[in-house]
Every structure is written in C-alpha cells, then in structure tokens.
Design a protein around this ligand. Structure first.
Ligand code: DC
Length: 210
C-alpha cells in the first residue's frame, strides 16, 4: 500500500505522515528532505540554482564515487546522508528554506528526487507536494493538508528562532513559488490542520484509509 500526504509548507505534513506511518507500522518518506539536501549541496559547492546541470553532475559524481546522497526513511524521523556524512541537521536552515523552491523548479532535479523515491519498496507513506499527482498517482489513499499562513507561521516559530511576521511572509512567498507542483490530486481528501490536534488529524487520516 502507498499513502500520499501532500500539502503546503508547515501544514503539518511531516508530523501527520510520521504519525500515520507509525500507526500503520510502515515507513514514511519525506520528499522535501531530498529537495533540501540537493539545495544544501548546491549552496555548499557554490553551484547555480537557475540550471540543473552542475548540481546533477555533482549528484552523479557522488553516486559514481559510491558516496550517493541517500534518503533513510527511518520511522523516528527521515535522514539524508551523503556517503558517511549525516546532513539531516543542516537541512532546515533559513538559507535552505530560501533557496529550495528554486531547486525544486528545475525539471532535472525533480526527476532526480522522483527516481530516488520510486526505487523504494512499498508499503510506505509518502509526504511532499506532488506525491499523489506526479510521483505515486497509483496510491491507494491520498490526502492534502493545508492551514492558514498565520497558523503555519506559528508552528514554524516553534522550530526556528525568527519573528512571526517574517516567517509568515516567507511562507507566503514559498506558497507562491511552490504553487505549480502543490496542487491537490483530484482524488485527495483535503484536511485543514488548523482545526485539530496532531492526534485528531492522524485519526482523521486513518479513518479514511481503505
Ligand atoms: O516539505 P518541505 O517544506 O520540507 O519541502 C521543501 C521544499 O521542497 C518546498 O519548498 C517545495 C519542495 N518540494 C517539492 O517541490 N516537491 C515535493 N514533493 C516536496 C518538496
């Protein structure tokens, strides 16, 4: 079985996907973490993010050297490693937040992420923007999470020491940039995560499963 959970930035996708996956005793995949890792790699190497070529060459080089960028879909929280380096703690910074939409606009980068995800063996819960539309259209159950910019900004503040107004403005900007790949699947169940606790939203998702 494949369950997809898509939605806006800071809509609670990761927490809900992780809760649902735990209840179903299956892993969850954070596709956003792979976009973040690719972005981090480009920033670290000073590569441009208006074209995919140099970044894809770096990723292919790491792969050829036996040190690929790899998603580890652990139940306790997804990680991304490059060879023996755990990059996870470096992927949720304001710098990566600000650049990740640019990397995610590049078709070559999207193809790279999708290829990593499709190599993984179901069952799993896949979380992101286009899991139910582009990557796993065959999924048995699809969900789309949203919440108001203010609710999402308040959540983000718990993770990042910034001020509310600037976090809310950055989220709205990212919504606009991500809009193209963030449309809900036609067959997705839509849930406003501002209207309940995490446990309630997880229970709501579980009730809709076939
Ligand atoms: O879910 P997140 O905020 O960690 O995702 C980071 C960025 O990656 C987000 O701004 C858009 C992009 N992304 C995407 O384009 N497609 C996905 N399936 C997942 C994330």
């Amino acid at each position: 079985m494949i369950v997809t959970i898509d939605g806006l930035a800071a809509s609670g996708k990761s927490s809900v996907a992780s809760g649902v996956a735990r209840a179903l005793k299956m892993p969850y995949l954070s596709s956003g973490l792979l976009y973040r890792a690719a972005t981090w790699a480009a920033l670290e190497r000073g590569l441009p993010l208006d074209q995919a070529g140099p970044l894809l060459a770096l990723l292919e080089g790491w792969q050829a050297a036996g040190q690929p960028l790899t998603l580890r879909p652990l139940a306790a929280g997804n990680q991304v490693w490059q060879g023996a380096r755990d990059l996870t703690a470096r992927l949720h910074t304001p710098q990566v937040d600000a650049q990740v939409s640019a990397a995610a606009q590049l078709p070559g980068v999207r193809a790279w992420v999708n290829d990593q995800l499709r190599r993984l063996q179901p069952p799993f819960v896949a979380e992101g923007r286009d899991m139910g539309t582009a990557v796993f259209p065959q999924a048995q159950a699809k969900f789309y999470l949203s919440a108001s910019p203010r609710v999402r900004a308040e959540r983000r503040l718990l993770e990042r020491p910034q001020d509310l107004e600037s976090v809310e403005a950055a989220l709205k900007l990212r919504d606009e940039r991500d809009a193209r790949q963030s449309a809900p699947a036609r067959d997705a169940v839509q849930i406003d995560t501002g209207s309940g606790t995490l446990e309630e939203i997880v229970a709501q998702v579980l009730r809709h499963l076939p």
